[in-house]
Design a protein. Sequence first.
Length: 355
Amino acid sequence: MSEAYGDDKRRKPLEVTSLALEQKLWAWIQCVEAQNVCLSRELIRMKAQDLQKELCDAWDLKFSDGWLSGFERRHALRCRQRHGEAASADSAAVYLGRQQLQDLTDEYAPQDIYNMDETGLCYAMAPARSICTRGARGVKKNKTRITLALTTNADGSDALPPLFLGRAKKPYCFKKRTAAQLGFNYRANQKAWMTGHLFREWLLNLDRDMRASGRHILLLVDNASSHNSDELVCTNVRLEFLSPNTTAFLQPMDAGIIAAFKRGYRRKQLRWVYDKIKRGEEIKSSNVYKVDQLQAMSWSKEIWQELQSKDTIENCFRHTGIVFNGVDERGKEEMSYGQDVDVEDIIIRAAELSL
């Protein structure tokens, strides 16, 4: 069965495997678009999968990226901007910084090499781009933010519980319970970001935990002013700073770990939005993506735990070239770090998440 769609001219019409599913999916997209709700490929894929079950369709469609591209072409759908950090570094500085870090990490086993970095999460913000048939009307961005301090070791065996930083000491959504009672490590200040006092408090707690377990670790951080802890004496944590303007290439968190975390958060948020649409709830484009801080923290904790079960963390440490001495232990093959193409691509993808 085939049918021509869209207003662009072709010698041969694109083939439609399941016309009933195609028509119902297109009708759903038009309905959602009329409500000015941001649509992503993942949301469209979720709806298509549900429709296939609903229709008991004989065609076992996988709804791959290729299928989605064909569907978008047939209906003149495009990813459009809704109107409303990859630091530059000298290649010589990156090379020198990598060599210095390799000398440091050679003294430690991978499970004793840690990296900590903070990232902001605008947890209620809608995507900046939407798949639609025409230019989408802008929606005011919800910039409500929390900061997370994420820490893990090189082999991914010990992803520490995130430190959450928010503005309110007792957020309304906590419903008079403390963060500790809810299972979170949470601190608050006026700007919801890391301060010198909070970092020193966190570092002393980490040193105490390592001392209790009889471990000595290397902790890599960037040179943010809040990380200055010269007056502190740690017995079991060796604190080392990454060279300025090289963190985008040498810091494992910036090499894909944070990007993977934010992709996971976006998937959770998209599934939540899709379920609301599926239930037929009354939605407004201004708040369809809005979640409260407790929900955002719960999702974040789940996603961070899930990353431990994957190779993402180890691969990102490996890509920076600062550990494993440039050797892929799984294949015993030399890895080249002369090019930072993979790292740069991940950084660009992270920026596109708009989180």
